[in-house]
Design a binder for this molecule. Structure first.
Ligand code: ADP
Length: 541
């Protein structure tokens, strides 16, 4: 016997319809590429999303055709999120920080038909357009009068002229909720990038889950600032969850420096922000010397790479901001776990609570996880045993776009490439990327642990730990360190700083001071590059 409830597909257009009907006057505020602040409402955004849909219809774009973006977080990008997917096309957000060759490769692989780009990326588009064979319309995300006369890009139109001729009425089509809605290529640190292809169903379920109190806890009382880019894994789903809850949206545009972010948080009364650790490092770096405080910010989700304990402590102790450590990946839409305490943890002393907060957190309903050994045998949840982390669920990939790389699943589970422990309460902690873990004398050393201790030293701005070949132990850890401006610390002082904080054999063999640590397109340390830079390095005898 089937249930007798209405059968309505979960479609992305439903989210913007809902926001328009129930939160029409709620603001969406954007810092634009031009530097000024733009503000309008969900009602305005919904109307303009429908204009986008009409513009795509007018071009004769078919169901599932790809529309690409090279854009910062802003209101026009938000309209494309809804106009493209809502009308049945697939939004392909391209990461502009990728190498131009990779961008051209991705656009061809995705068979993009339209490319909408912010004017900051005009030189990039000029460099690659001749190689993008499937794109038939280029759209510059600007006013008509801001479009330079001779860009060399054939048929380039301004976004405002492109949608300006279109009506704001449109009937969103209804179709199978399993239809593709958007796509995102993984960073491709090894081999060519592969694309996760999200569906309307997976995106809507993820939007519901992301808003839950123990996840991002988004509500109509929040003003949310996604610093995480809309060009990579859908800004952790915030553009969807915000419409679902009616939260005010604040988009930072291209200005991600500490000063600009701080000013936006204060001016727009942001209660909630989400970003990778490197961005928050810039924010705290701006605030501390100037003695600044937050007046409205309550929570921040930090993920994408391990959040150093020193950062969690600084937000909590110095600024009264709760840090929610999160873990996920492109293949998971992206959210997998979030770290919020359980009821029984409330009465623990602060130091004990901190130990839990450092973990990447508990599974969200919809993400099932396990750790396994090299033979695929499931390992115990004791908080000590580490193994390969596997996941499954309705917003985890089944396979990549065009079947690239074959079937990634192992007995129905997706191997994340992360090594982790899970404790008896279900809190998962990432030990390392499996390719970054340091294998020393049959034991594993977590590069994350080594880095976390280094960045707790007051003179250290950034630290990256890599393994170096060793005749006796296979590999030994060394740590590359960037000092804070004007701060001093010696190799010996730093090695001494490790004593008592970790097992002796886990203390790195050496400290190498560097000017900068290479950062990849998604704000993570590029250890492959660092290893290349240090290829002539020799361990001290
Ligand atoms: P995203 O950009 O959303 O982080 P990617 O697919 O580029 O997605 O990268 C996913 C990988 O990033 C994970 O497999 C994991 O190695 C790492 N990662 C993400 N969040 C964390 C975290 N909180 N702690 C440690 N590593 C993390």
């Amino acid at each position: 016997m089937l249930g007798l409830m209405q059968d309505q597909p979960l479609l992305i257009s439903g989210l913007i319809d809902f926001a328009e009907r129930h939160h029409a006057d709620v603001e969406i505020v954007s810092r634009r590429v031009e530097g000024d602040i733009h503000r309008y409402t969900y009602k305005d955004a919904a109307g303009r999303s429908r204009q986008v849909a009409n513009a795509l219809d007018a071009m004769g774009l078919q169901f599932s055709d790809r529309v690409a973006t090279l854009a910062w977080n802003g209101y026009r990008h938000f309209e494309l999120y809804y106009g493209v997917s809502g009308s049945g096309r697939v939004l392909h957000t391209i990461n502009p920080r990728l190498h131009p060759d990779q961008i051209a490769w991705i656009a061809n692989h995705a068979e993009d038909q339209v490319l909408c780009f912010d004017m900051s990326f005009l030189p990039l588009v000029q460099a690659v357009h001749a190689r993008c064979s499937t794109i038939r319309q280029y759209v510059a995300l600007c006013d008509a009068d801001k479009l330079p006369a001779d860009t060399g890009i054939p048929g380039l139109v301004s976004y405002e002229a492109w949608i300006g001729q279109q009506p704001s009425s449109y009937h969103w089509p209804s179709f199978d909720e399993n239809s593709a809605s958007s796509m995102c290529y993984t960073s491709g640190t090894t081999g060519n990038p592969k694309a996760a292809l999200y569906s309307h169903r997976s995106t809507t379920l993820h939007a519901y889950a992301a808003a839950l109190p123990d996840v991002m806890s988004l509500s109509a009382r929040d003003a949310v600032l996604p610093v995480v880019p809309m060009f990579h894994v859908n800004a952790w789903g915030i553009p969807y969850s915000a419409s679902l809850t009616g939260a005010k949206l604040v988009f930072p545009g291209p200005a991600l420096d500490g000063k600009s972010i701080y000013e936006l948080i204060e001016a727009e009364k942001v209660t909630y922000a989400a970003g990778v650790p490197t961005v928050w490092q810039m924010l705290l770096g701006h605030m501390k010397p100037a003695g600044l405080k937050f007046s409205t910010l309550k929570r921040t989700v930090i993920g994408g790479s391990a959040c150093p304990p020193a950062m969690i402590a600084a937000f909590n102790d110095d600024y009264g901001v709760e840090v929610l450590h999160a873990w996920g990946m492109t293949e998971m839409s992206p959210l997998g776990t979030l770290c919020t305490l359980k009821n029984k943890h409330q009465s623990l002393p602060d130091a004990e609570k901190m130990k839990i907060r450092l973990k990447q957190g508990r599974s969200i309903f919809g993400v099932d996880m396990k750790i396994v050994d090299a033979e695929g045998v499931e390992l115990p949840w004791d908080g000590k045993t580490y193994g390969d982390l596997h996941v499954r669920g309705p917003w985890v990939v089944r396979e990549y776009f065009k079947g690239e790389g074959g079937s990634p699943l192992v007995n129905g589970w997706f191997p994340t490439g992360d090594v982790a422990t899970i404790d008896a309460d279900g809190f998962m902690q990432i030990t390392d990327r499996s390719k970054d873990v340091i294998k020393s004398g049959g034991e594993w050393i977590s590069s994350i642990d080594v880095e976390n201790i280094a960045v707790a030293h007051p003179a250290v701005a950034m630290a990256a730990c890599i393994g170096v070949a060793h005749p006796k132990w296979d590999e030994r850890p060394i740590v590359a360190v960037v000092k804070k401006p004007g701060a001093e610390v010696t190799r010996e002082e730093l090695l001494k700083f490790y004593e008592g904080k970790t097992a002796k054999w886990q203390i790195p063999d050496d400290v190498v001071f560097v000017d900068a640590i290479p950062i990849g397109a998604t704000g993570k340390m590029l250890k492959t590059k660092l290893r290349e830079l240090l290829k002539d390095y020799k361990l001290p005898a």
